[in-house]
Design a protein around this ligand. Sequence first.
Ligand code: PLP
Length: 390
Amino acid sequence: MPDYAKRFKTVDTNAVHAGAPEPSIEGAVIAPVFQSANYLMAEEDSYDAVRYIRLSNSPNHLLLQARLAVLESGDAALVTGSGMAAISAAILAFVSQGEHLLAQRTLYGGTQSFLDEDAPRFGIDTSVIDIADPRGAVAWRQQLRPDTKLVYVESISNPLMEVGDLEAVVAFARQHDLVTIIDNTFATPVNFRPLEIGIDLVVHSATKYLNGHSDIVAGAVIGSQEKVGRVRHLLLHLGGALDPHACFLLERGLKTLPLRVRRQGATAQRLAEMLSRRPEVRKVNYPGLESDPGHAYAGRLFSGFGGMLSFYLEEAARAESFLTRVQIPLHAPSLGGVETLVVQPSRSTHLGQTEEDRERLGITDELVRISVGIEDPDELEADFVQALEG
Ligand code: PLP
């Protein structure tokens, strides 16, 4: 059996080499796709050790999981069939019937719907906390219950790009013996590694930046051996394993993650600054802007602000016209690929929520979300300007 312990010092080198099998399999420079559902028995002493795709232990899984653990500064990682498989399995591994969790006020719509619609059917209740609230722990304590087990947050929230006081969240969770889970999809381990500040588990929609090419759906959970082991054991039963071919594509995408994320962040900063000067734009949400409420928190913890931003136009009709006038960006959901995407969150990611909820959170029809790609920044900026002026 090869060893998957290879690691170097920097994110750039690790993105290319960490976890690569040693010795290399048949001398292959790129680990091949192991399109085999099962493997010969070799005196395994537990069910988890039996080699079978659903148990996430093919060579493609082992390599990828080793690399993701290194990139996120964790001891262990698990890849999953989607980001939602990672999120739902991670939450259900730590909260049981009759228990309670605290969740950030605005979350990715799928996570929000899982907490609002599915978790209650398993007897799991959620209370909302505002992690950007300067009163922090004082306000959050009011939501605590004797059966509270977990705090769930996003490092940069979807679609309002909120960055909260994550260090205060960790301190609060430690004080009250709560497990912390963070969705680090938008920040990526290039810009922020939450385990280093004491978060327990990181989850990702690997569909997005980690893969970066909009051609697979995948997820990941990273943390300690013990905590990831608990999620893995549950995922065996839920059945949300990732296919080896998707593992191969995700591993390939990871190699360019640092290059893509830095380029996307630099262009996003430039577009956010341009948009915030435009008369047609009411407000820009981007933690890289000094005026952004999350800027101070993000500046302290992150090494970059990411490639996602959103902005409000004056009217919904203006937002619709912007979406049809842009020439380079594609009007599509999802994010984190090499191509720039534009979307109205109220009509896509958050369509599953009621209009009343969307209105309360500020996810209105005037809001446009941009996932910045790697295209030429001058060309993109000029395209945005012509679309705004139309
Ligand atoms: N987390 C965030 C921040 C997302 O934006 C998404 C999807 O858009 C998910 C999780 C869910 O991931 P997936 O679609 O891979 O299940």
